[in-house]
Write a protein that binds this ligand. Structure first.
Ligand code: HEC
Ligand code: HEC
Length: 295
């Protein structure tokens, strides 16, 4: 085909020199901006290709000059979070409760951590929000056996109660049913406790509860007041619960009182110092203290 580049008379443009049956093709090049963008994308693609993972092999892939991988990016992000958390936990471990409470931002972080640790470790026994259930004290209720200050709660969590740990809180209510009191005396003292301390004095009381519980009162003063207090107010040195209360570890019935006097339950709370680090224990103590019963 003959090629003859000439000027088109109508448009004033050059032709490409191609001609088919008298039709001539105008030379209309790509706009410059389009061409440069196109070239730039090629350069960009080559750059990406070299810098980032690209060519697959049979057994792997070319990792790219930067060595980037999404997994590493995630790992780095996680490491960053851990480092940040560690700094906070180090501060919680180092500062006193009063200092933590004086720093609203740190206190908030501690409470978030404490709530999390509580949900993971304590909730199965103590219930959501420390609501408690029979045999497991309601931590939100403020009816503390061993004490409700931050330090006392921290101590309880760290070493436990009858946990077997050398520093655990320990005590035992005597087994009065093993010969110390007769069944009739146990019933008398239980009636006294039930009527006087559990608040069941008046209507609603079963007919067999004697009006006169003087005998039971005497038995209580002789056998029980040493731990539970003369007014049933409880004794924290031995973790003896407050009996003059609406919140009872083993239920509100007369049968529960008789059972406890006869063969006492002795609740066990695990020690946590081997499972939780000191900062987490502090955070949990702050959380428990914040539930409503803190002293
Ligand atoms: C040596 C101290 C001690 C003596 C004495 C003692 N208790 Fe207790 N008592 C305890 C302790 C400790 C508990 C808590 C048991 C637990 O935590 O599992 C308890 C728990 C109880 C409970 C259960 C309270 C609840 O919240 O459910 C009752 C009721 C009770 N005692 C009544 C008596 C009576 C009545 C006597 C006297 C006959 C008596 N106790 C004598 C230490 C004592
Ligand atoms: C295996 C069940 C169990 C787990 C898990 C458990 N506790 Fe306890 N906890 C108990 C029992 C039972 C008692 C009551 C012990 C007694 O009768 O004296 C108790 C008592 C306590 C007390 C003392 C209450 C008082 O009246 O003085 C505190 C505080 C406490 N737990 C906090 C915690 C925290 C915080 C955790 C989680 C780190 C936790 N517990 C995990 C069973 C458990």
């Amino acid at each position: 085909m003959p090629t003859k580049i000439e000027k088109d008379a109508i448009t004033g443009r050059e032709t490409t020199g191609h001609e088919w049956d008298g039709l001539k093709e105008l030379n209309t090049p790509l706009p410059k901006w389009w061409l440069y963008v196109f070239l730039a994308t090629i350069v960009f693609a080559i750059g990406q290709f070299v810098l980032y993972p690209s060519v697959p092999y049979f057994t792997g892939y070319f990792p790219g000059v930067l060595g980037y991988s999404q997994r590493r990016a995630v790992d780095q992000a996680v490491e960053q979070v851990i480092a940040q958390r560690k700094a906070e936990m180090d501060r919680i471990a180092a500062l006193s409760f009063a200092q933590i409470q004086a720093d609203p931002k740190l206190l908030e972080l501690a409470l978030v951590d404490g709530r999390q640790a509580f949900a993971n470790n304590c909730q199965p026994c103590h219930g959501a929000g420390g609501g408690g259930r029979p045999g497991y004290p309601a931590l939100a209720a403020g009816a503390w056996m061993w004490g409700g200050t931050l330090q006392e709660i921290q101590q309880t969590i760290t070493y436990g109660i009858r946990s077997g740990d050398a520093d655990a809180r320990n005590s035992a209510m005597p087994e009065f049913g093993a010969g110390m009191l007769t069944p009739a005396q146990i019933q008398q003292v239980a009636d006294y406790v039930w009527a006087s301390f559990y608040g069941n004095k008046d209507e609603g009381a079963p007919k067999d509860v004697p009006k006169d519980v003087a005998e039971g009162a005497k038995l209580f003063a002789d056998n029980c007041a040493v731990c539970h207090g003369a007014q049933g107010q409880g004794g924290r040195e031995v973790g003896a619960p407050r009996l003059a209360s609406q919140v009872h570890l083993y239920g509100n019935s007369r049968e529960a009182i008789v059972a406890q006097i006869t063969h006492p339950h002795m609740g066990v709370m695990p020690a946590w110092h081997a499972r939780l680090d000191p900062a987490t224990i502090k955070a949990v103590a702050l959380y428990v203290h914040s539930l409503g019963g803190g002293e």
